[in-house]
Design a protein around this ligand. Structure first.
Ligand SMILES: [Zn+2]
Length: 354
């Protein structure tokens, strides 16, 4: 290669670079630099060729060559600055995903059956003018037993029935065995008229089987006013139970004893499965009735314990197990299914509205 050929070759290289840098994309600028200035680059090759020329020629050609190198370097630098500015402004930034592709469907969760039933009951009772009150799961004996007129000898106070917890400060607490302590806490804080429901978790020292668990859910209802009767209680329960199970359902009261009510009643509903027509019905055993919840008129001692004036107030209270409602409503025979988190069970409630 003589000096003329070398010069021609250099100007071709520079021209080639100029047209390439015009079209270069951000992701190719590194490759373009390597192509011209890299160890085996086109310009590097020409500059290395200089060693074959005479000292005079080398002087002259070297100058031209270095000027070309400077020009290429500057143009690359300029382009980089340009790209950086564009990226910072957000123009020309290509999305790294394709908008036109179909989205990947992802699995949707479903509400737990207990949550669904709790929602249904709550919704129905809110419509009747009740509001929701909450209380702690860790309770004192006073709120769980004494204030509710539950005497020392009552079996539910036994170590075998209740989880007692000894705190480090020496005071004894327990995991509430029912939602009824919320009645006391609410009455202590507010004056009648009161209409509250209190859904929540309760705890008993029960072995787990198809119809028992050491933790389950209850909903408590309390209505206090100047004149409240068994008729109000019956109408309220009938209304919300029919809301849940349907208009054809009948309910009945059987006299029963709970220390915090007087009179007290067990409330049964007519059998949803056989209507009392099947002597072999596994749910009602042919009797035609299913035990549903406990209720009654608030005992005067309970009013006394929260400091309400004697004889001035009347009220009703009821407590129901949510699991029991859910089992009947969804035809579930084993309570353990609610706690095992088996997706094959839970999936079936997808889309069921509370
Ligand atoms: Zn039946």
């Amino acid at each position: 290669m003589n000096a003329e050929e070398w010069k021609r070759s250099l100007s071709e290289t520079v021209e080639g670079f100029k047209s390439a840098i015009e079209k270069v994309e951000i992701e190719n600028i590194e490759a373009l630099e390597t192509e011209y200035l890299g160890r085996k680059g086109r310009l590097t090759f020409l500059l290395r060729e200089l060693k074959n020329f005479s000292v005079e020629e080398r002087k002259e050609l070297g100058k031209v060559g270095n000027r070309a190198k400077k020009e290429i370097s500057e143009k690359l630098e300029e382009k980089r600055t340009d790209f950086e500015a564009k990226c910072a402004r957000g123009d020309d930034r290509k999305p790294d995903f394709d908008f036109s592709l179909d989205g990947k469907p992802f699995p949707k969760g479903a509400l737990h059956p207990i949550t669904i039933v709790l929602g249904k009951i709550t919704k129905s009772l809110l419509r009747l003018g009740f509001s929701v009150a909450q209380g702690p799961c860790l309770e004192s004996e006073f709120y769980n037993f004494e204030a509710l007129n539950i005497p020392q000898y009552h079996p539910s106070r036994d170590m075998q029935d209740t989880f007692y917890i000894n705190l480090s400060n020496g005071s004894g607490m327990l995991l509430r065995t029912h939602t009824s302590p919320v009645q006391i806490r609410t009455m202590e804080k507010s004056r009648p008229p009161l209409r509250i429901i209190s859904p929540g978790r309760v705890f008993r020292r029960d072995a787990v089987d198809a119809s028992h668990s050491f933790v389950f859910h209850q909903i408590e209802g309390l209505y206090v006013d100047r004149k409240v009767s068994m008729a109000d209680l019956k109408w309220t329960l009938e209304t919300f139970i029919k809301d849940l199970f349907g208009e054809e359902l009948r309910i009945r009261f059987r006299p029963s004893y709970f220390p915090f009510v007087e009179p007290g009643a067990e409330v049964d509903i007519s059998c949803l499965f056989c209507g009392g027509k099947n002597a072999k019905c596994p749910v009602c055993k042919g009797g035609g009735w299913i035990e549903m919840l406990g209720a009654g008129l608030v005992h005067p001692n309970v009013f006394k314990n929260v400091g309400y004036e004697d004889g001035k107030w009347q009220g009703f209270a009821f407590g129901a197990g949510i699991e029991r409602f859910a089992m009947l409503l969804f035809g579930i025979k084993d309570m353990r299914l609610f706690y095992e988190n088996d997706v094959r069970v839970l999936k079936q409630f997808s889309g069921v509205e509370p």
